[in-house]
Ligand binder design. Structure first.
Ligand code: TYM
Length: 337
């Protein structure tokens, strides 16, 4: 059966290593599978669910598209587009909102994390965020969604919305395929370099917690050097690594960047001091990320190229999304022009 892959990132700040290892790298690999069509969106409408600056959003939307291309997403084989350029996402989102019980959204842990203590001040958009995400996926009838581990719950919601629509409006026929999450690799949940209990995030306050795709060699080396570890030697196996989140995080990052398993990395470095792993990790990260950063800088120096790619991607995406929206509207009882 042919696959349709859809995934997206928010253009909030710069992309970080977790975005790359948890998602982007897998997007690139999926392009090589036969009978696969790939759509990669820059979800700018999601980015405004938290306070934002208009000019920063414009830049970040281009920069995120540049990162996709620099990492290996090929605009000749995959469609790269901005979410706001395909109105069917928002339209379908509204239709889904009216069909989604609030109880389903109340379970979403990301809203609780992002809204923090001051839930009353969080926007309605932040609360409804997972419904727009479901629309992003279902408007293309995507079958597979490559994401990091933190998006699992949102994917489950998208499946619930799809299933409920199929039941209510399609007599149980599979109008929307139930999208499968694709969560693969040794770094599906990259943690902060300063705190192994927190996810690495582009919105965390301290820049020292993350490696950005735009960091240069010195910055990368300094961040790994200062990364939190513990007083024991590097674990040689899972048992020695139990309860040592920071140590296992560095091992996972090394494994993912070097296309190895964590076990292989522990075999190599187990028993040594962390400084050995940190030096090797800095060199590896610079070797793997350096070319991506250079290509990104190149692309950003002439945004007309990126803008052309985004325009072509949006045209294709609109052509795929519009018929789904029309079909949904007809099924829900709307008169179409
Ligand atoms: P966003 O922009 O937060 O992150 C983009 C992708 O990067 C993954 N990721 C991570 N993976 C491993 N370790 C980490 N520390 C880490 N941080 C981020 C995320 O899992 C994600 O795959 N809701 C989505 C954006 C979205 C979307 C969609 C995704 C909107 N519509 C439709 C897929 C399909 C988000 O916030 O991603």
């Amino acid at each position: 059966m042919s696959k349709r892959i859809l995934s997206c990132m928010q253009p909030t700040n710069r992309l970080q290593l977790g975005n790359y290892l948890g998602a982007l790298r897998n997007w690139v690999n999926l392009q090589d599978e036969a009978a696969t069509e790939c759509l990669y969106g820059v979800v700018d409408l999601h980015a405004i669910t938290v306070p934002h600056d208009a000019q920063a959003l414009r830049n970040a939307t281009r920069e995120t598209a540049a990162a996709y291309i620099a990492a290996g997403v090929d605009p000749k084989r995959s469609y790269i587009f901005a979410q706001s350029a395909v109105p069917a996402h928002s339209q379908l989102s509204w239709l889904f909102m009216t069909q989604t019980p609030m109880g389903w959204l109340n379970r979403m842990t990301q809203f609780k994390e992002k809204a923090g203590k001051n839930k009353e001040k969080a926007s309605l958009g932040l609360y409804g965020y997972p419904v727009l995400m479901a629309a992003d996926i279902l408007v293309y009838k995507a079958t597979h969604v490559p994401v990091g581990d933190d998006q699992k719950q949102h994917l489950e919601l998208a499946r619930d919305i799809a299933q409920s629509f199929n039941q209510k409006y399609c007599d149980g026929e599979e109008f929307f395929p139930l999208p499968d999450p694709v969560i693969t690799g040794e770094a599906t949940r990259v943690m902060s370099l300063r705190d192994g209990t927190q996810k690495m995030s582009k919105s965390a306050e301290s820049d020292m917690t993350r490696i950005n795709l735009t960091d240069d060699a010195d910055v990368i080396a300094n961040k790994f050097k200062k990364a939190k570890t513990d007083a024991l030697p590097i674990p040689a196996n899972d048992a020695e690594g139990a309860g040592r989140a920071e140590a296992m995080n560095l091992i996972g990052i090394y494994a993912a960047l070097n296309d190895q398993s964590k076990e292989q990395v522990m075999n190599q470095f187990g028993g040594q001091q962390f400084s050995a792993l940190k030096t090797a990790l800095s060199n590896l990260a610079v070797a793997k990320l350096g070319p991506i950063t250079a290509r990104m800088n190149d692309l950003m120096s002439d945004p007309t190229e990126i803008d052309k790619i985004l325009a072509a991607g949006a045209e294709k995406a609109n052509a795929l999304a519009s018929p789904t929206l029309d079909d949904v509207m007809t099924r829900m009882g709307f008169w179409l022009r």
